[in-house]
Write a protein that binds this ligand. Structure first.
Ligand SMILES: [Cu+2]
Length: 289
């Protein structure tokens, strides 16, 4: 009687497990914020797919291993009068439990290596921007476009964070508090954008999570990072290195637009530069601090 119930329960658990595995990742109610964000670039997509592949391989292994353990504990428990097996050293079993993990590791290594190689492939880019980290703002130079500007924490966030000096501004009333800048990085969609990262003072790190990459900006070195954004939008990030007292106040905002819009923006920036717009210069940044 009990045996029938137990085998029924095992069968139901097994069927439920198989049913869950049959659903794609998104159908399993992975709430936003729990799973890895999918991002908006070709590379972040590849990283996400790799992550999900490895995740499901781990789930299958966990279901099989823990399933076998649980079933074995139930069926071969002492109270049922099961005698412990006396044999040891089974060559067939040892071959199987060496070969199977080996095959699994190869299955994981191939897509991982492919993603890593893609991640580090900086050739054939469409445009490049030299990014320099400062305490505590960024400088962007669009190479070959005659456009360069500084990008720092926007004035509202900056005033609100100085609680003592500006008690009248509540941080909760500021849109995108600490995640907004005065001059955004504008890039066209569907273009391979190469960033050349360095720093002027201490080590910083350029990180916009949705773009699927993070790189250190180190004085005296040039690091590379590339992305190709597929969806227009505004993407926010921060310096990801403990770079000093005001480390939390150097956000990064990337705006991805259509090609024509990007060209128009470049033209506008050139005009602003020609007019000597203070908001693009360093002196204005220092005055505001
Ligand atoms: Cu920094």
């Amino acid at each position: 009687m009990f045996k029938t119930k137990l085998s029924g329960a095992i069968r139901h658990t097994f069927l439920l497990g198989m049913l869950l595995l049959a659903f794609p990742g998104s159908a399993l109610a992975f709430r936003e914020g729990i799973n890895l964000p999918r991002g908006v670039t070709t590379m972040s997509d590849e990283i996400y797919n790799l992550h999900m592949l490895i995740f499901w391989i781990c789930v299958v292994i966990a279901v099989l291993v823990f399933g076998a353990m649980i079933i074995s504990i139930f069926l071969h428990r002492k109270s049922r009068g099961v005698e412990p097996a006396k044999w040891h050293h089974n060559t067939a079993v040892e071959v199987v439990w060496t070969v199977i993990p080996f095959m699994i590791l190869i299955g994981m290594a191939i897509p991982s290596a492919r993603a890593l190689i893609d991640l580090e492939d900086y050739r054939d880019y469409d445009m490049s921007i030299q990014v320099t980290g400062y305490q505590w703002f960024w400088h962007y130079e669009y190479r070959g476009e005659n456009v360069d500007f500084y990008s720092r924490l926007d004035r509202d966030s900056n005033r609100a964070r100085q609680l003592r000096a500006h008690r009248d501004i509540d941080p909760r009333d500021v849109d995108n508090y600490l995640l907004e800048v005065d001059n955004r990085v504008v890039v066209p969609i569907n273009q391979k954008v190469l960033l050349l990262l360095t720093a002027n003072d201490v080590i910083h790190a350029w990180w916009v999570p949705e773009l699927g990459g993070k790189k250190d900006a180190i004085p005296g070195f040039v690091n590379e990072l590339w992305f190709e954004i597929t969806e227009p939008g505004v993407y926010r990030g921060q310096c990801a290195e403990l770079c000093g007292r005001d480390h939390g106040f150097m956000p990064i905002v990337v705006e991805a637009v259509e090609q024509e819009e990007y060209e128009a923006w470049l033209e506008e920036m050139r005009e602003r530069q020609a007019k000597g717009d203070d908001n693009l210069q360093l002196s204005a940044i220092e005055v505001a601090r």
